[in-house]
Write a new protein. Sequence first.
Length: 279
Amino acid sequence: MEMSNAPVVITVAPVGAEVTREQHPGVPFTPTEIAAETAGAVSAGAAAVHLHVRNDDGAPSGDTARFRETIDAVRAACDVVTMVSTGGALDMSRDERASGLDAGPDVAGVETGSVNFGGDEVFVTSDADSLRFIEHARRRGLAIELELFDVGHAVRAAALLADGIVPGLPRVNLVFGVPGGIDATADGLAAMLRPLPADAHWSVTAIGRHQWPMLELALAAGAGGVRVGFEDNVRITRDRRATSNADLVRHAGGLIAAAGRRVATVAEARAVLVGGSGR
Ligand code: KMH
Ligand code: ZN
């Protein structure tokens, strides 16, 4: 994969499904809270938002109306590319996981395989699940970003792209540091990139303490995007918790500048993440 001087899209993942207010009291739950947290992150340089939704009590929600209310609130608060997760939460049905696709987002995130999350937790996405989410997203005219946690997922993503099942520009997000997934190392990054098309727009997510070192490494290797947010990590350093999602985005912006790169505008992010999908 070639080095890149392209602007770097910062995606913020402010909500997640698993992170709790014990881990960070600022995790947003309601549409209003999610919109405010997203707007702050956009002011700090984020150009896309990866959304999960919650009930008022913080329980993950698989309700289309809740997604719609959240997306509307986000759009009223700021200009940003909206992406819904079809990963949902571990105990959700496939229908609940698909609920965001009917809420009018710009982009659908779709997994291409299963992965252990540690202990008894298994995040299951069968090939049939992937194909159903992709078909649903296509029916809705959504752009698709493939979410890859291990090398086999990248192999499957490459086939889905080559066969035109996932149409348009190849867009992938590589996730590092999940207990049963690819390791957050330079070798891990090379292994994930190897099966993918050379023109893929690739973004990097890394979990917990792996986040900042992996993002630095990925930026030096030409990543087209980085993802930060409470969903992935709540800390700037081991000793300092981030004050907000915007704080995490600002820190990512510093790493991008240090790598001699530039943060993408929302218009640039839209061209890369949504362009060619007909939206
Ligand atoms: N919450 C996890 C079970 C994604 O959003 O694409 C799945 C997840 C991945 O967060
Ligand atoms: Zn997610």
